[in-house]
Design a protein around this ligand. Structure first.
Ligand code: AMP
Length: 283
């Protein structure tokens, strides 16, 4: 495993692999790696000749009052995890190398970037889309791996990739959860024991919504779910919405494949989760 800290060097290495006809897989992360990230590495290891994991806490996707500075950065442990999972390259650029003082170019995915999390984090998806474009151009990836955990992010990246004709294929990967259902997240480390116990209810409630959606009407599923989420101790809901799987538009009674997406504060920690829901076939 090689650790590359320089943009040009990573680009040269990736270009060499491209010329050798190696298929390159990219897994963009912000580090504090857990089994959710590892599931992405393993998928790339299966599909690609070369797996590049980027670890970069991207400043341009954090708002001024967000957790950029306190975001966990356990570099030594992360490198051990990458090594153990046979990652070929860990790309860990510095902030200055990725975003010079004079950086002026940003990528926007209109409308999709402004709803759900975008409503509460106005510059977030512009920052995400921009860093992903840069990582695509640095890694020459044939495939890039994203978790369904960040469903809005996944849909935005898919759209951007299509709109801008990137050659990189987006591979979506299922949410990895703890046994109790809590979706793994680097931010779970902020939770106290009591908050963690409260957080477990989010996935339980979403699972019940998924069951109800099969045969109940959308309005009642939404209302019941919202009621239950509001009863979680020490919580504040940013949004709890049902959207179409394909394009994040608000679901209606005709929607067959939907996603219940939530963002919820547990104490001072903002958690997101979602569940895919499909109507029961009447045949
Ligand atoms: P992050 O380091 O939080 O930026 O996440 C990097 C990638 O890992 C993103 O594509 C996430 O969607 C994905 N990811 C994070 N948590 C999980 C999880 N619990 N299951 C699957 N993928 C995840």
């Amino acid at each position: 495993m090689k650790v590359i800290k320089n943009v040009l060097q990573m680009q040269r290495i990736a270009l060499k692999h491209l010329k050798d006809d190696d298929e390159i897989g990219l897994v963009p992360t912000m580090g504090a790696l857990h089994d959710g990230h590892i599931s992405l590495f393993l998928k790339s290891k299966k599909n690609d000749d070369v797996t590049i994991v980027s670890i970069f806490v991207n400043p341009v996707q954090f708002g001024p009052d967000e957790d950029y500075l306190k975001y966990p950065r356990p570099i030594k442990k992360d490198l051990e995890i990458c090594k153990k999972n046979h990652v070929d390259y860990v790309f860990m650029p510095s902030v200055n190398d990725m975003f010079s003082q004079n950086h002026r170019t940003f990528t926007e995915v209109k409308t999709m970037q402004d709803i759900l999390c975008g409503h509460f984090r106005p510059i977030h998806f512009r920052g995400v889309a921009t860093v992903i474009v840069k990582l695509f151009n640095i890694s020459y990836a044939n495939r890039a791996y994203f978790g369904m955990k960040d469903f809005q992010q996944l849909k935005i990246i898919e759209k951007m990739t299509k709109d801008l004709n990137f050659r990189t294929k987006i591979i979506s990967c299922p949410i990895v959860r703890e046994k109790n259902g809590l979706a793994l997240s680097s931010r779970n480390s902020y939770l106290s024991v009591d908050e963690r116990n409260a957080s477990v209810n989010i996935s339980k409630i979403l699972k019940e919504a998924m069951q109800d959606f099969k045969h109940k009407d959308l309005v009642s599923v939404k209302k019941n779910t919202l009621d239950k989420l509001q009863r979680i101790i020490n919580s504040k809901i940013d949004y709890a919405e049902v959207v179409n799987f394909n394009d994040l538009s608000i679901a209606d009674k005709n929607t067959k494949k939907a996603v219940f997406v939530v963002a919820i504060w547990i104490g001072k920690t903002r958690l997101i989760d979602n569940i895919v829901m499909t109507k029961q076939s009447t045949k």
